[in-house]
Structure formats: structure tokens, C-alpha cells
Ligand binder design. Sequence first.
Ligand code: GAR
Length: 210
Amino acid sequence: MPDDYRVAVLVSGTGTNLQAILDRVHADPDSNVSVVLVVASKDDVPALGRATAAGVETAVVGMGGRERAERDAELADVVAGARPDLVVLAGWMSIVTNVFLDRFPDRVINLHPSLLPAFPGMNSIEDAYEWGVRVTGVTVHFAEEHVDAGPPILQATTPVLYADSPDDLRAKVRELEHDLLPRAIRAFARGGVTRHSDNPRRIEVVEEDE
Ligand code: GAR
């Protein structure tokens, strides 16, 4: 097992995906992944309590009425202080610019609750439901300044049944997320994620049991 693989997680809300990372990789004695920092965009979010309960260092970097570039410079300094190998946007609901992303090339990933490029934006589960798609899912992708546009790393699907309510669909998507994001982090930690040399949008992912 290689040395500790250091992960910083950025959150804005409930933090159920942070909890999945804490439970399924950080707390797993067979994993070399350590969550070393959780940064929230607001100081009153439940995700911060989850981090504290797990003994993980926390920080809050809000917008504070300033330009995004200025916020992103501070955010990058705070995250860089934790020396992360990977930065995970897990329900981080604020656009990040290249001021932040350029400090961590190929090391920032985002979780999105749809099969991108379908249904980008803030209400993806509801949008997919209203559109009437028969299949939806979740995407873990490299973060780029253009929101929800970076190349997919892993995707997972679920059928949308006629009998499903919006809440049913939300629950299905959440369950997929809680599996997929830890899987992606494990793949990075074992050095299993590579961009294709000819087309950097094509990502090879090698997971443990392959
Ligand atoms: C998750 O469903 C995540 O995919 C979504 O926010 C939720 C956070 O839940 N992210 C986005 O929509 C990003 N565009 P959580 O706080 O319980 O992990």
C-alpha cells in the first residue's frame, strides 16, 4: 500500500457524500485514503459537523461579497495548505474559476447528479424527472471552469420508473452517488486514472477488482 493519499473535500450543504467518503474510504483500514481537510462555502452547513465528528480539520471560505477570483485565490491557499493529492467537490454549489483550478491541475473532481452532458446545472434530478427520461444517473468528472463540462471519469445509471416520485428518484440518485464517488477516489488513490494521450477527454479508469 502506498503512503497516505491526501484528499480535500469541498462542501456546501448536507454532506451525505462527504459522509460516504468518510465511512467508505477514510475509515477503511484497507484504504490509504485520508480526508485531510473539509472546506465549506458557508459556516452553518451540516457537512461541517460530519467532518468534525470524524476528527477532520475544517475551514470555511465564503464569497463574502468579493470578486470570485479573490475568493478562489483564498480557497486555493487554504486547500494547498493541506497538501492534497486530490480535491473533491462533493455538493460544492459555487462556481470555481481557473484561479483555483490551475493550482491543482488534473486533481479536482466534481460530483453531479445526472448523466452529463444531460441536465447540467442546479436542478438536475428534477429536470431529468420532468423531461421524462427513462434512465438517469450520476457523473464524477474532472472539474473545469465551464460548469459541468469536464470529461467524465465514472458514470452510473438508474432506470426511472413510471411509478417513481421525484423523491424516489432523488433517493436512487443519492444511493448511486454514495457508491460512485468513493469508487472514483479509490481509483485515483491507486494511480488508476489516466487521460488518453491523443484525446484528453477520454479517461481510463482501473479499479481494484478489474
Ligand atoms: C449531490 O446530489 C451532488 O451531486 C449535488 O449536490 C448534492 C449534495 O448532496 N451537486 C450538484 O448538484 C453540483 N452541481 P450532499 O451535500 O448530501 O452530499
